[in-house]
Design a protein around this ligand. Sequence first.
Ligand code: ARG
Length: 568
Amino acid sequence: MEFKEYLAGKLDEAMRAAFGQSIEGLAGFLETPPNPEMGDFAFPCFKLSKTLRMGPPAIASRLSQAIAPDDVLDRVECVGGYLNFFLHKSGYAQSVVDRVLEKGEAYGASQEGQGRVICIDYSSINIAKRFHIGHLSTTMIGNALYRIYEHLGYKCVGINHLGDWGTQFGKMIAAYLKWGDRDEVVGRGVNALVDLYVRFHKEAEANPALEDEGRLWFKKIEDGDPQAVEIFNWFKEITLKDAERVYDMLGVKFDSYAGESFYNDKMAPVIDELKEKGLLEESQGAYVVDLEEEKMPPCLILKKDGATLYATRDIAAAFYRKKTYDFYKTLYVVAYQQNLHFKQWFKVVEKMGYPWAKDLEHVAFGMVSYEGKALSTRDGYVVYLDELLERAVVKAREIIEEKSPNLENKDAVARQVGIGAVVFFDLFNNRIKDIDFRWERALNFDGETGPYVQYTHARCCSVLRKAAGLDAQPDYAALDDPAAQEVVRTLERFPDVVKEACQRNEPSLVTRFSVELASNFNRFYYDNRILQEDNAAGSAARVNLTRAAALCLRIALRLIGVEAPEKM
Ligand code: ARG
């Protein structure tokens, strides 16, 4: 049963009885009170005081007199301006648990996205750079949003908008031809490319002519010179191979790897259209779209030498995606440093007269620093993602060895736990918050962490294994105690949490929820003996609650891209 809908129905009846009028959307006002003494649901009457021209306490009191308890509602109390609803405990528990178990893996899912496509632009790494923690958030937030939207019925298109265009690639080729060695690049992969890049910059300080060589090679890529293109594509392959190893570890996938270079032949029509619409202005030899009215610096479209820019490609990509996928929304999961960039070019699309400009959304997130300092690939001041993940796995392996030496599949579980810890850490805080990466925090397995939630899930699974033979009609009166009721209430909230996480593009809501459910379940677990020999019916109810909790934990973890081993 949808309790909110049910109570809203009762409230509506009471409204008509007490005030002779009906108000829409009452279900949306119902809240979950911060503590159980305030009931299972609360209705804040101040939401009606304007319409009814009456103080909230008076409204609460008149409404409460018009609401009669029934076999769902035990009682209603007025406290201040609130109406607090208390449901019959066992009926409430039964109905929530039944609903979770009946929906199974689809609990919290909905059809709200039916027929709608969401393009998600995430991870979007740069060629010839090694995958480091600066790209963890975009990757994991994007991956989580993909799963959350999909759970709500949307069709998602995951796009890795590769940074595979720009003069730096000419420099890379120049460096490779001067100092590079094919076997070394094959052997050391992207590390060898990074070294070449660093060396190029060092030597170019003493010998600026190198820069011209770099430019020349980039020009050759642009002109389709076979040698240049071949080397460039090879670099790309190497980078992607390296990244794909990391994506595999993280369980991240893309539907498209169309990067910046993919739009080389798709920008001319956009530029023509900008010209036709009178939006393109010459400015010191370059072409820009003026955004003075919008109080922003102009959006640069063409450089003096005719070269296109990052924004030009983004605009062309938006048109391509609209045409190809007819998206309902496109999300750009990119750090807030690029706020202005997105605001500018979204505005350009709007000025071109396309109403779907409003469906482009920048999902910004905070900066990553490392032990208090800004990351810098050039100075080697970075943490590479594969190293981080490997270290987390090693640590998980050690803990497993110590605590569960007899576990089967130790290596597989260590991977799930170690990587889960890192992903969970990344998705724990509100996305806009800056993250200062510290090894001990990312590798912390206690408290509000991924391993804690995974452990709780495994604990549920262990209870369920022990209960395998139990076959009794559940008596939900066994779930009348406060700890069990709290688990029920938490489970009941899950669909709303997923929905809100989607509305706000905020996976951390799901992460936090999983911690809350885990800690509420653990309290229930310590307060109760789940399996009691002399009470099969009560045991069956507690087992069902455990089964529902396990399922919901597993779904929550899946939505944020963390695995849930059954044994730990
Ligand atoms: N490659 C860029 C970077 O690493 C991010 C690209 C984001 N996506 C986009 N469509 N602009 O900063």
